[in-house]
Design a protein around this ligand. Structure first.
Ligand SMILES: *Cc1c(COP(=O)(O)O)cnc(C)c1O
Length: 407
């Protein structure tokens, strides 16, 4: 099984497989590693950035994977980074003093807002009236004018995706119905300059044409507000949320349809003085990251086959958090240096579990495989976003995986 990238471009992962076979010849301990194909990452992200229409910019939302090597690889490619905490601001500034930063997220503390000003973030996405007050106060002490976008939670209905942050009650942004009140009070905040609006309503959206329609709606409503409230619209931030199809690897988000239709939209609808921002996480780093883990045991329990692998959801929480079977391929390892029997299943459905002492530690369920043996390695694909970054690494105190970067 191969992994597809932008526009179905095949990633054969040959270098990843070779790396695993080499590790098996040199290391006795069971394989457990995140492997990042930096060349694939670079070509994918470069292609995304270069194919975007003029008047739009692509930022990387680092919470998807804020690994230093990933950030260093992406810094020269993307227009900037989107962050959601002071910790993330510091990570970004540790690798670049200049790269533009967008700072969003609910519940920003004074220290974080202060840090944002000191580290020179380009735009702060403000999520509430209280946050406007806080920021205005800090800015007035510094005697500066702070550019912001207002994050708005739209009324909806919005298209369906795996996660929705808007179009329904959530902790994110300013309720669209409260925007008139906020705008009426905006002159109470003389140290804040509203330069536009921010929308991040969905995550893991798979339909390219629908996504363009969503962006079109963002642009229209932002332009309408800009006229209504008399604020020049410098930016519309359409958020992230472009998805990865974990269930059908051959059927990924059609990036080239997306940028083509987006180009038409921008030419006809967006004032040339407005820049459209995207801040994507998953779509940029998912496809070039792999989680490789060795089968430690195979058994049947209540008529269900289980493979237990070295590691589990404390390294790779995405499948359990989304309750999906994560796609993987089997790397057959021929070496078996023991005199005792090698457990295996043939032509059977098998559930892949980790080493944790909880029945929730499942990476994939009832996957039919021609064969699987103890000592084979499972290579989980599309593991480069929301993998290691969202996992509870030290639960049970097993060793961490290796982190390997292929150039
Ligand atoms: C998480 C997040 C993103 C990135 O989302 P993806 O679905 O990974 O593209 C962008 N903007 C905000 C505000 C976020 O919270």
């Amino acid at each position: 099984m191969s992994v597809t990238n932008v526009a179905g471009h095949k990633l054969e992962a040959a270098s990843v497989r070779t790396t695993i076979q080499e590790m098996k010849t040199t290391q006795h301990a069971p394989i457990c590693a995140y492997i990042y194909d930096l060349q694939a990452l670079t070509s994918h992200v470069r292609q995304c950035v270069q194919s975007l229409p003029e008047q739009s910019k692509l930022f990387y939302a680092i919470k998807a994977n804020s690994d230093e090597t990933i950030l260093r690889t992406l810094a020269p490619l993307v227009h900037g980074f989107e962050v959601a905490s002071l910790g993330e601001i510091i990570k970004v500034r540790a690798i670049s003093k200049e790269i533009p930063i967008l700072f969003g997220g609910p519940g920003k503390t004074e220290a974080e807002l202060q840090g944002a000003l000191e580290y020179g973030v380009q735009l702060i996405h403000v999520e509430s009236i209280h946050e406007l007050n806080k920021l205005n106060d800090l800015a007035s002490h510094k005697g500066i004018l702070v550019p912001v976008l207002l994050r708005v939670n739209l009324k909806g209905p919005l298209p369906q995706a795996t996660l929705s942050m808007g179009g329904r009650p959530t902790q994110f942004g300013i309720d669209e119905s409260l925007l008139p009140q906020v705008m009426e009070r905006i002159r109470d905040f003389p140290h804040i300059e509203v330069q536009g609006f921010h929308f991040h309503s969905l995550s893991n959206h798979l339909d390219a044409s629908q996504h363009v329609k969503l962006v079109q709606y963002y642009c229209r409503i932002a332009q309408q507000w800009s006229e209504q409230y008399g604020i020049p619209l410098r930016y519309v931030n359409a958020g992230g949320g472009i998805g990865v199809n974990y269930a059908h690897l051959e059927d990924q988000f059609d990036w080239f349809t997306f940028v083509r239709e987006l180009g038409v939209l921008l030419e006809s609808e967006l004032e040339s003085s407005t820049t459209l921002l995207f801040e994507c996480g998953r779509y940029l780093t998912s496809s070039s990251g792999y989680y490789a883990t060795e089968v430690l045991d195979i058994k049947s329990n209540h008529a269900t086959n289980y493979a237990i692998v070295r590691g589990g959801t404390h390294h790779f929480r995405l499948p359990v958090s989304w309750q999906h079977s994560h796609p993987f391929e089997v790397i057959e390892v021929e070496v078996w240096p023991y005199s005792y029997e090698r457990p295996q299943v043939i032509d059977s459905a098998i559930t892949i579990a980790g080493q944790l002492c909880t029945p929730k530690d499942i990476l994939a369920k009832d996957v039919v495989l021609p064969s699987l043996r103890v000592g084979d390695v499972l290579l989980f694909q599309y593991a480069g976003a929301y993998g290691w970054a969202i996992s509870h690494h030290d639960f049970l105190s097993h060793p961490h995986p290796q982190h390997i970067y292929l150039n």
